[in-house]
Design a protein around this ligand. Structure first.
Ligand code: ZN
Length: 205
């Protein structure tokens, strides 16, 4: 299977990337790691927060086979403004206008109540640029898996279930930007639902 997929990818013209592009990705990883350094994911394992943005970037590049270094940088940085002291100006100065604008597109307005932010994500989803749609899709793909595999200790199954269904509402509104990544999301979504159904059955039995 691995051999086959390598052969298939060999048939596609391979883009090569410059030292400056790879440098920018590493700079984003280092910047985000510093910004998130004292944060943990909500799950019981409390894994380092940076695992999440790195997974989002990995999903876009490898599962999605979408190779745009600026989108990958924005994916790595996507939670810095929402969840740390980072400003959009800081991102623009260090990483340029396009990356700052991609991060802005996927950043919630934290001054709004949570329920409203969640509704706005559904409403904004169809209007996102291609790069921002990719980041949103990869973000939900990562979160759906984490919520069920390593749920926050204070989240009931109902809350997990509602969260998983909400990600589906957002994803369904996104433009069809990357079929392989969408398939990956679908697999995570189905497996999250199966896990939750199994847990619900255990409780009933
Ligand atoms: Zn995120």
């Amino acid at each position: 299977m691995i051999a086959k997929s390598l052969q298939e990818s060999d048939k596609q013209p391979q883009k090569s990337f410059s030292a400056a592009e790879i440098g920018l990705i590493l700079k984003a990883a280092h910047f985000a790691a510093n910004k998130h350094k004292s944060q943990k994911r909500k799950g019981a394992e409390a894994s380092p927060y940076i695992n999440h943005p790195l997974e989002v970037a990995d999903l876009i590049w490898n599962a999605g086979q979408y190779h745009d270094p600026e989108v990958v940088c924005a994916a790595i940085l996507h939670d810095t403004v929402e969840d740390t002291e980072t400003t959009f100006n800081e991102i623009e100065e260090l990483f340029g206008k396009r990356i700052a604008s991609l991060v802005k597109e996927v950043t919630d307005d934290k001054s709004l109540p949570k329920a409203e932010r969640k509704t706005l994500q559904i409403e904004h989803a169809p209007h996102l640029t291609e790069g921002a749609s990719l980041i949103k899709l990869a973000d939900k793909t990562s979160n759906v898996k984490d919520i069920v595999n390593d749920p926050p200790p204070d989240w009931s199954e109902e809350r997990q279930h509602d969260y998983v269904e909400w990600t589906k509402l957002v994803v369904n509104k996104l433009a069809p930007v990357c079929p392989p990544l969408k398939e990956h999301y679908e697999r995570n979504y189905q497996s999250a639902k199966a896990t939750l159904a199994k847990q619900a059955k255990k409780i009933r039995d």
